[in-house]
Design a protein around this ligand. Sequence first.
Ligand SMILES: O=C(O)CCC(=O)C(=O)O
Length: 358
Amino acid sequence: MAPTFNQDADSLFNFVVKDGNGVKGLVESGLTEVPTRYIQPPHQRINKQHVAQSPENITIDLSELDGPNHNQVAKAISHAAETLGFFQVVNHGVPLELLESLKAAAHCFFAQPPEKKAAYLKGVSPSPMVKYGTSFVPEKEDALEWKDYVSMTYTNDADALQFWPNECKEVALEYIKTSTEMVRKLLKTLVGNLGVEVDSSRLDELTGLRMVNMNFYPTCPNPDLTVGVGRHSDMGTLTVLLQDGIGGLYVKKDESEEWVEIPPIHGALVINIGDTLQILSNGRYKSAEHRVRTTNTESRVSVPIFNAPLPSVKVGPLAELVARDGVARYREVIFQEYMNNFFAKSHDGKKSLDFAST
Ligand SMILES: O=C(O)CCC(=O)C(=O)O
């Protein structure tokens, strides 16, 4: 008979979080309905029927940035960053076979027995740069997210090859390497369209911290009651995200309660603006509030790279923009402190930006 965890919240928490069985272990224990701890309050649930269509939901051919349509494409990128904060790119320079290998590697990592994955739990992982876990900050959340993940922070190739899990290290490293050029190009375009000059070493600082996650969303018996990831914006500069064909990624239209689905497009990568770029641009570019629905059909995987400033970097609105706008909409923050605040709280829309408010 399937275990029931509802009567004993501690045993559920220990099984899923502390012992590292994850949501996947919970599903495999044979449950037929989600435990209470996973039930979201009504305002956080994702109703598939209430999804808007949006003309801002666009796909950009990045190869055109190097051709005669440069200005037009650069404008489209900036427009997307000013409105939805999300867009998709094709001809991005990351080989399509690598995208397939990344999805396969994610499945391969999570298919392992729990004890293999638990070797990367916080506190026992062989490196602080690798962490396996579930939900976002389970200790702080009233309702847990229906997601397991492994997170790999890049320091150098040798560390990645030594410490990252065998099932995914080579492809994850290749993903970072082949996407770096695209991220620089996008950031240069976005900053350039603000009419500000930023030198190459500053661009390096602003994207010097790179974290690849492999997210695994097991099938869920009650998608209407749960979330894969709750509403949040990303803390960094630009996120590059590979999603599989299952769907369920939603982004909030600015200043409204309307949500738009980012449809899976084979071979495309999703780009979204993070809080750092919103701060740097003095509010002109919008970090995108997004969330993920669960499904009861198939397990979903996604593989984001979070490109963020180096921890010691000071992040504040660009001086030229403050002079032009006549106001600094954010204060300057040390990115390590921004990050500490981000990871100390459960997902709550764009509240993370309050840390930099003036
Ligand atoms: O899985 C996705 O599509 C989005 C993942 C995400 O938002 C995150 O990992 O922060």
